[in-house]
Design a binder for this molecule. Sequence first.
Ligand SMILES: [Zn+2]
Ligand SMILES: [Zn+2]
Length: 277
Amino acid sequence: MKVILHGTRGAYPTSTPDNQKYGGDTPCIELIHNDDRLIIDAGTGIIGIDWNQYDPTKRLDILLTHLHMDHIQGLGFCKPLFDPNREVHIWGPGGSIYSLQTRLNRFLSPPLFPVVLRDIPSQPEIHELSNTKIELGPFTVHSSFIIHPGPTLGYRVTCDGKSLTYIPDHEPMIGRTKLYDDDSWVSGFDLAYETDLLIHDSQYENEEYIRKIGWGHSSMQISAEFAARTKAGRLVFFHHDPAHNDQHRSSTFEAFMSKNSFDFPIELAVQGQEIEI
Ligand SMILES: [Zn+2]
Ligand SMILES: [Zn+2]
């Protein structure tokens, strides 16, 4: 299975020249196995996908972790959605008050967007997920609610004996900078346990996290501790803060790595990066 990181930036896209090394587009990743493909999140990164690689007669599945703007901003600009002959399925978290369809309608309707969801030519089918397992072609997808403001899912995708865990927005031990001793209290633990590749929220340094508790994001320290505890094989720091330019991101990462050692590789996500699992 191959993963392409099409968008790595949290909160909002940025195009300033000092902010491009790690990417300016918001979250979207693409999973590829032979001719089968699966997309997770529809941030502005989805606009960069090469749709020529897709068979238009095959169904297209897009999984959403949650409905914060940075994860759905590209949905209205996703080309296949506007092909009336295309079969499109959108999966995302159910809500306790409003359905996924109702919540998506709020964004895909005026005044925020000119076309209402029901008029989108592909007529995408909307499916709600919770703590669920589904099969999409060769991909087995486990979804589970994790800690982040509003209904939010993390995903673990297994294919050909290899696994990827994607939790781009996450506060696994809200209000703490140390993990709970009991694994069952750590949000997302089962999704990440012994995964081959963990793509995880690492937006802050610990000092920033202390000032932003409850905003839904992790520090690099928390993210690495989470990966160590869950025995992840490799960790990618994801959801870069748009307020941190490349120089800041590189220097805080280097400082973090020089003070800590882990028995698995850690790297900063780079837009366009392809990772073979
Ligand atoms: Zn986000
Ligand atoms: Zn979010």
